[in-house]
Design a protein around this ligand. Structure first.
Ligand SMILES: [Ca+2]
Ligand SMILES: [Ca+2]
Ligand SMILES: [Ca+2]
Ligand SMILES: [Ca+2]
Length: 356
């Protein structure tokens, strides 16, 4: 086992390689102006895939319903523009931005920061902490699947779910927001309040109108853009996104823990949760469909930052994953962990310097 942060002298030898042969690997920039599929994932959505909007809300601790009750699934098929099947580590995601648009007007407040999970507990719970700012952030998560469904087989109009854990709909959904381990095994976070499961989404939505980013705590006007920055090479979720490009199927779930106080799911009072335009909305013609913009460098596996070189910058990224061990970010031999075997592969590529 190499000591953590150990850097063998042999690694320095590659620096002298001639840059005259430098040739930039392919960088693909593509914008999808609407998704291949978008679907309101709610057990009583009887127009699956054809609905013009999706309500995002929670039914926290309501037996028979998931904590994250109303969710929006969005899917983009990327293979036509970004060749699939090159191997996960060939895809260096330089930027990835998902945008969706708010359908309702002044119904909820802009919360751009994470809320503690305990702020969703019952106020009489000993672990409850108050929410420090109004509303809940809007989150995007990797999609996980159950009941034999997959990203390839679950279509916009596919069935919501299978047999529920608790009638009528708890724990039933075929597609769910997920916490992924290093082997990309998905755990459903739809009930993370009642199960007290700590997990982080890929990103929180930032909200913009034509004047720029909204001020936190203000009511959100209709037509506001919800912007998710998906790519952060330091996040373990980068592995999910790279796998998605390798299969050509990017599938994401947008959800919030904002509870219903009206509308579907019970309760009284007005709507206090976001509603999002789908591609079927009348407004889609005005550009309100969910969109995805990607910039991806197709480079060699050990070039972790996608600049076509395997150098010290990549070593820094390697060390971060190596120190986690149960982390596939720099898993060059495909066994789901980043360890000494990967270091040997990395050192070889480092000594070559140029991707080949
Ligand atoms: Ca749809
Ligand atoms: Ca809040
Ligand atoms: Ca590099
Ligand atoms: Ca490995």
């Amino acid at each position: 086992m190499f000591p953590r942060f150990y850097r063998p002298a042999v690694l320095a030898a590659g620096i002298a390689a001639c840059l005259a042969s430098f040739s930039r690997s392919e960088v693909v920039s593509v914008s999808f102006t609407e998704p291949a599929l978008d679907r309101w994932m709610y057990p009583f959505n009887f127009a699956a895939g054809a609905e013009a909007r999706a309500s995002l809300f929670a039914a926290v601790n309501q037996a028979g319903f998931d904590d994250r009750d109303g969710q929006l699934l969005v899917g983009f098929d990327t293979a036509e523009f970004i060749p699939a099947g090159r191997g996960r580590l060939s895809y260096k995601i330089l930027s990835a931005t998902l945008k969706v648009y708010v359908e309702n007007d002044n119904a909820f407040f802009y919360d751009p920061t994470p809320d503690p999970l305990a702020s969703s507990f019952a106020p009489n719970d000993p672990e409850y902490v108050p929410d420090a700012d109004p509303s809940k952030p809007i989150e995007v998560w990797p999609a996980g699947y159950r009941n034999g469904t997959t990203a390839a087989t679950f279509l916009e109009d596919s069935g919501f779910g299978g047999t529920p854990d608790v009638f009528p709909a708890q724990g039933a959904r075929n597609v769910f927001p997920s916490l992924l381990d290093h082997a990309q095994i998905a755990t459903d976070v739809s009930n993370q309040v009642r199960t007290r499961l700590a997990a982080n989404p890929i990103a929180l939505g930032r909200l913009f109108d034509s004047d720029g980013e909204l001020a936190p705590g203000t009511l959100v006007p209709q037509g506001s853009e919800i912007r998710f920055t998906l790519a952060d090479a330091a996040s373990a979720n980068i592995v999910y996104l790279q796998n998605a490009l390798d299969t050509g199927l990017v599938r994401l779930l947008i959800t919030t823990l904002e509870p219903t106080s009206g509308g579907p799911g019970g309760g009284t009072g007005g709507v206090t949760y976001p509603r999002i335009y789908t591609k079927e909305s009348v407004a889609a013609a005005l550009g309100y469909a969910p969109s995805l913009t990607l910039e991806v460098a197709l480079t060699c596996a050990a070039d972790f930052n996608g600049d076509d070189l395997v150098d010290d910058s990549d070593f820094v990224i390697f060390v971060a994953a190596y120190n986690e061990l149960l982390d596939a970010r720099c898993d060059l031999n495909g066994d789901t962990v980043t360890d000494d075997a990967d270091f040997v592969d990395f050192a070889s590529a480092y000594n070559d310097l140029l991707c080949n």
